[in-house]
Design a protein around this ligand. Structure first.
Ligand code: DOR
Ligand code: ZN
Length: 345
């Protein structure tokens, strides 16, 4: 197979950030995706429907002319979120709200400490049909960082699912075999996104032979057994697993630091990176549904009508991307050869 034509995919998990960074991140995602869920963990976070609409406007203004791309908005849940705010969000076309356990990751300080306090909000989301997007990691400092996802699932997610049987939940950026099994065994209201880094890498790639800060993200990369479970899930043909890159840019000096930020920047080549993973597994025939069907179906959106074409052609991921402010981003797999390239949309 030398070319691969796919339904225009969607990315159900992207950190575009804000301000001058949008000139890089918005065109990067719009190049290969028809829609993307914009994560709300700005500083300050996107907490109200009004703030979400204003943010959507800034994202739209950063689009190149004549590109078919629609940003999809999500609200950031805090302990102050009300049911009325959820109802208003629904009226204004906001599809989802994101649960960050307080302290779990970048800009999660305003997130939720006491998840049970949010049950009335989950009730409203269930009634209004908003999706609950979950950063599924426990924040208890006693819990080992490699166990935080599995712990969160048992301690927090299982009870939420039991209490809200109609609430659609996406467990974002899953990183463990336990998460794969939990999602597989869960009800049809439960799905998961998988990132390219969790498909392509495991913790040896981050820690063996030197520490590689550009592979550091949250949930942190796990051992190979988990990577393999994620790879099996992605190519399984199960509609519960779909594309969400979690592209999360931090400038180079904030990653190459004594306390480096979590996040991997994959937006400019996200589709090519997924194609690489699927090709490694001899499963390119499964890429279209993972990238362009299952997520839209789960969100209740029409699948995109347009197509994209990938061509088999070796190329090298650039070592850096220059930002308008003079800073730099180091993309996922910088300097590595990939074997598929986006041709035309
Ligand atoms: O690695 C990550 N980076 N994980 C997250 O959950 C947040 C993200 C970010 O915003 O930088
Ligand atoms: Zn994220």
């Amino acid at each position: 197979m030398q070319t691969l034509t796919l339904t225009l995919p969607d990315d159900f998990h992207v950190h575009f950030r804000d301000g001058p960074m949008l000139a890089e991140t918005v065109p990067a995602t719009a190049r290969a995706f028809g829609r993307a869920i914009a994560m709300p963990n700005l500083s300050p976070p996107v907490r109200t429907p009004q703030e979400a609409l204003e943010y959507m406007d800034r994202l739209r203004k950063a689009l190149p002319p004549d590109v078919e791309f629609e940003p999809l908005m999500s609200l950031y849940l805090t302990e102050a979120t009300t049911s009325a705010r959820i109802q208003e969000a629904q009226r204004l076309g906001i599809l989802a709200a994101k649960l960050y356990p307080a302290g779990a990751t970048t800009n999660s300080e305003a997130g939720v400490g006491d998840l049970e306090a949010l049950y009335p909000v989950f009730e409203a989301m269930q009634a209004e049909g908003l999706l609950l997007l979950v950063h599924g990691e426990a924040t208890d400092p006693e819990v080992d960082i490699f166990d935080r996802e599995a712990f969160f699932i048992e301690r927090h997610l299982r009870p939420i699912i039991a209490a809200f049987p109609e609430l659609k939940i996406v467990l974002e950026h899953i990183s463990t075999e336990e998460a794969v099994e939990f999602v597989n065994d869960g009800p049809p209201t439960l799905a998961a996104t998988i990132t390219p880094q969790h498909l392509l890498l495991n913790r040896n790639d981050m820690l063996a032979g030197g520490i590689r800060p550009h592979h550091y993200c949250l949930p942190v990369l796990k051992r190979r057994r988990h990577q393999e479970a994620l790879r099996r899930a992605a190519i399984s043909g199960s509609s519960k697993f779909f594309l969400g890159s979690d592209s999360a840019p931090h400038e180079r000096q904030r990653k190459e630091a004594s306390c480096g930020c979590a996040g991997v920047y994959s937006a400019p080549f996200a589709l090519e990176l997924y194609a690489e993973a699927f090709d490694q597994l001899d499963a390119l025939d499964r890429l279209e549904a993972f990238a362009g069907h299952f997520g839209a179906d789960f969100y209740g959106l029409a699948r995109n009508k347009s197509k994209v074409t990938l061509v088999r052609e070796p190329w090298t991921v650039p070592l850096k991307i220059d930002l308008p402010n003079g800073g730099q981003l180091v993309p996922l797999m910088a300097g590595h050869t990939l074997h598929w390239k986006l041709a035309a949309r």
